[in-house]
Design a binder for this molecule. Structure first.
Ligand code: AMP
Ligand code: ZN
Length: 461
């Protein structure tokens, strides 16, 4: 809203409440959508890493989002269902399932609630009634509109002003609105398949904007900390959410609005006609993991330009692989040693943290991790490697690109080597060293059985 970096303080100390505009479940989300959803996951992981509790809600839009995002046109869901000759409710099921599988493949932590618009019709209706009572909304037949002239700050998020909007909207033909810039809260259409019999009439369905306001409030309260979406959501969607919610409750709706810059593909907007509206399946068909895409997204700042090309994805996959290799290498160099963070590593940790604290600069955070790689190439002591490993794994708790890496394990050869070193230490009566090696082995899950003149070992805890 302020177009500036602000200090973040949750409204309630210790807990962050966030709402993210989720997918319109009429077709499987594309990689552009996932840039926005991965940003939501980054926020979640970041706050948890900072020791805060997070309450996270992402909605599924399954009715009321019209083709073209604005006031006119068919419902995206019903239009697509018609095209595929399927029942819109079935389509919602299918796409939601694909969406959840995609999130899992991307390593996204599940939000606490994924409310569906169609499950919250009563909440929406009561909010619309409240707005009518307070004089912010009016009925025309079965339709209900929000009166933008009743909310003076309208335009504060997008910078649009009502006069300009009205001039533009006048070109469209909806003569029943009082002001051309007013927007629909509730719409009637006898031909709509997903429709509800309510106080407004028998054939109604909610406007897209009221859905998010009603669901956000239900799960997060009348005021909460962060609301996100892609940059296209700023207007009209989020501007309208503010107008409705603040008019209904008489208090600020959201502390911070954060918007992800659109993902470009091949230097432009992705489009069906260019055949570049890619899903995660298109990526895996070319041999890429969804985590490679996650890594590509992390390489750019969320407000910065990110242009998807196959070449860029290949680059991201290679860089991710380099960090996976680094993880393996640190495992074998550290050989279960006790972690001791050297001053250089401490500096790396600080650089990493500082990058994220400063408006989630993930590209700078990744650059910090590459400093570990440089250190490793120069050669690290086992204890430093162990500390570097801890740091890398902690960093991945926020960035989440490593995926399921095998836990570090000593190879049989490593264990035999350490056993020999322990024997040598004992023989030279360096018991401190011998004990240190025994501890290191135990730490790595190796059980020693000292016999009279030899020591056997096995794995287990
Ligand atoms: P939709 O399914 O159209 O409702 O969009 C779901 C979310 O994805 C919204 O927050 C959009 O702003 C976001 N989104 C759509 N396209 C892109 C894109 N190319 N890059 C980033 N975010 C996007
Ligand atoms: Zn929304």
């Amino acid at each position: 809203m302020s177009k500036a970096v602000e200090e973040f303080q949750p409204l309630e100390s210790g807990i962050v409440r966030m709402y993210h505009c989720g997918p319109t479940v009429y077709q499987r989300p594309h990689i552009g959508n996932y840039r926005a959803f991965l940003f939501a996951d980054l926020l979640r992981r970041f706050f948890e890493w900072q020791g805060l509790e997070v309450l996270q809600v992402m909605n599924l839009t399954d009715v009321g989002h019209l083709v073209g995002d604005a006031e006119e046109g068919e419902d995206k869901l019903e239009a697509q269902a018609k095209k595929e000759k399927v029942d819109p409710w079935k389509l919602v099921e299918k796409v939601s399932e694909e969406f959840f599988l995609d999130l899992e493949a991307l390593g996204v932590k599940p939000a606490h609630h994924y409310p569906r618009a169609t499950d919250h019709i009563p909440e929406m209706v009561s909010m619309v009634e409240n707005l009518i009572e307070k004089g912010h909304a009016y009925r025309v037949g079965e339709n209900v509109y929000f009166d933008v002239s009743s909310f003076k700050p309208y335009g504060k998020l997008s910078g649009n002003n009502v006069d300009d909007l009205e001039a533009g909207a006048r070109l469209a033909v909806n003569t029943e609105k009082r002001n051309p810039a007013d927007f629909a809260l509730w719409k009637a259409d006898a031909h709509h398949i997903m429709k509800w019999d309510t106080v407004f009439g028998p054939h109604g369905f909610p406007g897209w904007h009221i859905e998010c306001s009603a669901m956000a409030m239900k799960y997060l309260g009348e005021s909460f900390d962060i609301h996100t979406g892609g940059e296209d959501n700023i207007f009209p969607h989020h501007e309208c959410e503010i107008a409705q919610s603040e008019s209904a409750n008489g208090k600020p709706f959201v502390q911070h609005w954060m918007h992800t810059r659109f993902l470009q593909v091949d230097g432009g907007k992705m489009s069906k006609s260019l055949g570049n509206v890619y899903s995660l399946d298109d990526l895996s068909e070319r041999g890429f993991s969804s985590l490679d895409f996650r890594f590509l997204v992390l390489k750019a700042h969320y407000r910065g330009v990110l242009n998807f090309t196959w070449e860029a994805l290949k680059g991201a996959a290679e860089t991710r692989k380099a960090l996976l290799d680094l993880h393996g290498r640190l495992c074998s160099v550290s050989r279960g040693a006790k972690a001791e963070e050297s001053p250089v590593l401490l500096q790396v940790r600080q650089n990493f943290t500082q990058a994220l604290v400063e408006d989630l600069n993930t590209s700078a955070a990744l650059a910090a991790l590459f400093e570990i790689r440089a250190l490793c190439l120069e050669g690290l002591l086992a204890s430093e490697a162990a500390a570097a490993l801890v740091l890398l794994e902690e960093a991945d708790a926020v960035l989440g690109f490593l995926g399921e890496v095998a836990p570090c394990e000593l190879s049989d050869q490593d264990v035999d080597d350490l056993m020999m070193q322990r024997r040598a230490a004992r023989d030279s009566r360096d018991f401190a060293q011998a004990d240190a090696i025994r501890d290191q082995l135990q730490e790595a899950g190796i059980v020693l059985e000292d016999g009279a003149d030899s020591t056997a070992w096995h794995r287990g805890r």
